[in-house]
Design a protein around this ligand. Structure first.
Ligand code: F6R
Length: 594
């Protein structure tokens, strides 16, 4: 969601801010703006893309400035509601990511005190609060303002005649980028990676002040030290590297992602006991919480862990879990959260922690809020995922779940070592799918002409059906539904017909015979069936209208190869329809509001 950036140094701020905003586009936004401090604060903002802002904005001269991409929450996308927001004097400009939950109350109080508001946003109360408290010391003014605020915020404040930028964070990500006679502040690493790989992750409750030569972080008004980290991603990783879209690049990076997770975790089995914080024999059940694609990984994880550990596993949507609490018990919970910032998952994590659970976060973002809340964090290390639709991070989450499952497995040693050996083959198997995309492209062309599609699977393939459908709907805007194959006849059959193709995921596992029956029933209702089936499956060839072959793998690992087909199918369908693949309408990469 909203992205923020600030620059202070010796260079002209405007191009750096615009470049940073372009790098934050992936978070999702509908308007953007910048403010630069020179003799006065000059501001330019609009409900346009960053490139349009770059073309339309006048040259704003100055070496100190802030920028913002806004994903509308309070008030429609418009020039007035876009950030930065000014106070009454026009001398204070603020960019904000988060939600001020008590803004109505603060706004009424400020209006009574004579402040004039121009926008519908919650953020504008912050610039007026700072105006109220500013008597020459910006740090003090920001500290007083945030003391009045309830909700979440990552803030950058620019004040005329001040030599630097004031910052504050609570429940929204904010990092400082350390340069040579210049410093940066941003929501996320990609915004500053062109300039520096040295970062400081601010913690909840931190405030601070940065100039080109100095970085000061404070907690409760007292200066504190915050560790400097070196970003392990390279600038190239955050670029398209010759691919037409980030999404295609990220799909193609999956063999590398699998290899890196295998290298990181499967050698050191003794790490595992530390990870879950319990002995394998003590785990009696597990709860996994997540949203969206990560929830689909959680559902696959349920099958993996139930099978390998023989314990009951619940996989819950964080947004639902947050509204009931009767079944909480002290135990081990996993929170799957690629961005590390999804508001619903963070809320569920806090709730679980308060109830005495050990909460393990599986995230892709170092220093994220999730990693701060968690009892322990497992990093997926998939590198930057820029495209809004999650692909390689989903694969990385699956790999971590396989690793946890196998490490704690109660299987006999022979089956276990066979599985670990086979897991090591997965980068090659995925590469095989990537190298053989012609049949996928052909089916994508066919699918692109429809407006409704069903995805079906059973067992481990059911969450894949959900994920395949989610990928298709979010990037191609085709209405797609993922269903447990056995459920289709309990209602959705009414929608079947020649204009509703069905994608059936048919690995040769325990669900195979039942899937064949489902396909026959669907064919009898006239729907075209495209099957994902294992190489050499002749039965399916005869039954389905089209077959996309996937490499044969152990039945436990079929999600690893099938998901890549589904991702490519969604990608090429969206491409055929000319959609905005990397940045789909209305969506945000990091969903920081409830
Ligand atoms: C879909 C997608 C979203 C995210 C969801 C949760 O492609 O990316 O559904 O999976 O917003 O995100 P995280 O994992 O950051 O909690």
């Amino acid at each position: 969601m909203c992205g923020i950036i600030g620059y202070t140094g010796e260079k002209q701020a405007q191009p750096i801010l615009l470049n940073g905003l372009a790098k934050l586009e992936y978070r999702g936004y509908d308007s953007c703006g910048i403010a630069i401090s020179a003799e006065n604060i000059e501001l330019y903002k609009d409900a346009v893309r960053v490139e349009a802002l770059r073309k339309a904005s006048p040259e704003l001269k100055g070496t100190l400035g802030i920028g913002h991409t806004r994903w509308a929450t309070h008030g429609a996308p418009s020039r007035i509601n876009a950030h930065p927001h000014l106070d009454c004097t026009g001398n204070i400009a603020v960019v904000h990511n988060g939600v001020i939950s008590n803004y109505q109350e603060l706004k009424s109080r400020l209006v009574d005190e004579g402040h004039k508001f121009v926008s519908e946003t919650d953020t504008e109360v912050i610039s007026h609060l700072i105006e109220k408290y500013y008597h020459g010391d910006i740090e003090e003014a920001v500290e007083s303002a945030v003391a009045d605020i309830e909700g979440s915020y990552a803030l950058i404040v620019l004040v005329k005649d001040e030599p630097g930028l004031a910052v504050a964070r609570k429940d929204s990500p904010l990092i400082l980028g350390l340069g040579d006679r210049e410093n940066f502040v941003a929501s996320d690493v990609p915004a500053i990676l062109d300039y520096t790989d040295r970062v400081v992750y601010l913690e909840d409750g931190d405030t601070g002040f940065i100039t080109g030569n100095d970085v000061k972080v404070k907690r409760d008004g007292k200066e504190v030290e915050r560790e400097e980290h070196k970003v392990s991603w390279s600038v190239e990783e955050a670029r398209k590297a010759g691919y037409e879209h980030f999404l295609l690049k990220e799909i193609h990076e999956q063999p590398k992602v699998i290899r890196s997770i295998l290298g990181e975790y499967t050698r050191e089995k003794e790490l595992v006991a530390d990870t879950l914080g319990v002995k394998d024999t003590d785990i009696e059940s597990m709860l996994i919480i997540a949203c969206g694609t990560s929830h689909h990984a959680a559902l696959v994880g349920k099958y993996i862990i139930e099978e390998l550990l023989g314990i009951p596993v619940r996989a819950e949507l964080a947004s639902e879990f947050n509204y009931y609490s009767h079944t909480l018990a002290g135990g081990v919970s996993l929170a799957i959260i690629q961005s590390g910032e999804t508001a619903d998952t963070l809320k569920a994590m806090r709730k679980l922690k308060e109830a005495g659970n050990r909460v393990i976060a599986i995230t892709n973002v170092v220093g994220s809020t999730a990693s701060r809340i968690a009892s322990h964090t497992i990093y997926t290390g998939a590198g930057p995922e820029i495209s809004v639709a999650a692909t390689k991070t989903f694969m990385a989450q699956l790999m971590v779940l396989y690793w946890l499952g196998l490490s704690y497995s109660r299987l006999d040693a022979r089956r276990l070592s066979g599985l670990v050996k086979e897991l090591r083959q997965m980068p090659g198997k995925v590469q095989q799918v990537l190298d053989d995309e012609d049949s996928i492209i052909e089916q994508a062309k066919y699918l692109s002409g429809f407006e409704n599609v069903f995805y079906i699977g059973r067992g481990m393939s059911y969450p894949l059906a959900l994920e395949g459908a989610l990928k298709l709907k979010e990037i191609s805007y085709i209405h797609a539904e993922g269903y447990a194959a056995g459920e289709l006849k309990h209602g959705p059959f009414a929608l079947l017909g020649t204009d509703t193709p069905v994608i059936a995921i048919v690995p040769e596992d325990d669900t195979y015979e039942a899937m064949l029956t489902s396909i026959k029933e669907i064919k009898a209702r006239g729907s075209p069936v495209i099957a994902l089936a294992e190489e050499g499956d002749e039965t399916i060839e005869e039954l389905a209208d089209a077959v996309i072959s996937v490499p044969r793998v152990d039945r436990l690992f079929s999600p690893i190869v099938n998901i890549v087909v589904l991702q490519l199918l969604a990608y090429y369908t969206a491409r055929e329809r000319g959609c905005s693949i990397d940045f789909p309408r209305n969506l945000a990469k990091s969903v920081t509001v409830e």
